[in-house]
Design a protein. Structure first.
Length: 364
């Protein structure tokens, strides 16, 4: 199928009918303060054929490099990576966003945000200084308080917190690139995160992003070693252990490579890992329990520096930070492999693709 290229104007909002939230994808980016060309949080429309269309700028913001959405309310949370902030935005109109109060202080290079499924809090990971920060939320998704979690300390090596995952048992797991650690936390209201236990991964592997399989295992992509760590929870103690490390690609790591995102297909049968440098997507098969993972194919990502990707409705959307585009692939329902590119949208310095909460469009 021919690839369609659609320009994304920097500030013009395209006229459109009200867009249902289930068809909206919010986009993060780097702006000038982060060395990028973006201007804020954007909005994409996912058509019935899975291809994307640029809607316009949802909210001007400084380097909103990662986003998360509230599970109940039409609220988007964005880190300001260079500004060291996290800000809540409420939906306004068809796809606009308005800041809901001030930006709250975060740590150096705040690079990831995730929201508790029950809407009680959000967690921000800061790559620059290793901080893990919890922000409590009020009854309609506003930020009300900030708590710093205990720091990871390891002599001679800087802590580099990079992501958090809300586990299915209510706990939180975070990654630390610098200390090669997974840290598991319990939430204590009005106090923040209390450390439950830690799990060390192989030295210099660099755990970056992570996802939980429906079977309970957590799959962690390692930025430096370009692998997927499979960690499993003991049914007796609840403690996680390392079950194995597998290559994230069939061809192995190439010079200049660094892994970025990991995402699962809806049925959990395949995982997808973005590899920057050689610009590949590693496709891996995953067994029903999520404990056995095997790389099956490497596919060209279709652009330069695949920083983030989203698997949604049988499509794979890949955001390329350096070439400034999002490329969409139709996934084979049996093999899980991406086919020929089905569409391409220009997007300045994209860093995140996050679906809007599945709820009716606002009337205000």
């Amino acid at each position: 199928m021919a690839t369609e290229r659609i320009a994304a104007p920097s500030s013009v909002l395209l006229p459109t009918a009200a867009v249902p939230s289930r068809e909206l994808i919010w986009t993060g980016c780097y702006t000038a303060d982060g060395g990028g060309r973006g201007i804020g949080i954007g909005a994409l429309h996912a058509g019935t054929d899975g291809t994307l269309r640029w809607l316009g700028l949802a909210a001007a913001a400084d380097s909103p490099s990662f986003l998360a959405v509230h599970s109940t309310f039409d609220v988007v949370y964005a880190v300001g990576e260079a500004a060291r902030t996290v800000t809540a935005y409420r939906r306004s109109g068809d796809f606009g966003l308005e800041a809901a109060g001030r930006g709250w202080p975060a740590g150096d290079a705040a690079c990831h945000v995730a929201v508790d499924p029950q809407g009680r809090f959000l967690v921000v990971a800061c790559w620059g200084d290793g901080q893990v920060l919890l922000y409590e939320l009020d009854h309609d998704g506003g930020i009300t308080a900030r708590f710093a979690a205990a720091a990871s300390t390891l002599a001679g090596r800087p802590s580099r917190a990079h992501a958090s995952l809300m586990l299915d048992d209510g706990r939180v797991m975070t990654t630390d690139l610098g200390h090669d650690l997974l840290r598991v936390w319990n939430y204590v209201p009005a106090q923040g995160l209390r450390l439950d236990h830690e799990l060390a991964l192989p030295r210099d592997s660099g755990p970056r992003h992570l996802v939980q399989h429906p079977g309970g295992s957590v799959l962690v992509v390692t930025e430096y070693s370009i692998e997927v760590a499979v960690v499993q929870r003991s049914p007796e103690s609840g403690t996680f252990r390392l079950a194995g490390m597998v290559p994230a690609t069939t061809a192995g790591a190439l010079p200049g490579d660094s892994a970025a995102e990991i995402a699962l297909a809806a049925d959990g049968r395949h995982a997808y890992v973005g590899v920057r440098g050689s610009n590949r997507i590693g496709v891996l098969e995953v067994d029903a329990g999520g404990s056995v993972v095997r790389p099956v194919a490497d596919v060209a990502s279709g652009g330069d520096w695949p920083r983030h990707h989203l698997v949604r409705n049988g499509r794979l959307h890949v955001a390329h930070e350096r070439s400034g585009d999002v490329v969409t692939y139709l996934l084979d329902p049996v093999t899980g492999l991406p086919g020929e590119a089905a569409g391409r949208v220009d997007l300045a310095s994209p860093t995140a693709l996050v679906p809007a909460a599945d709820m009716p469009s606002p009337t205000r």
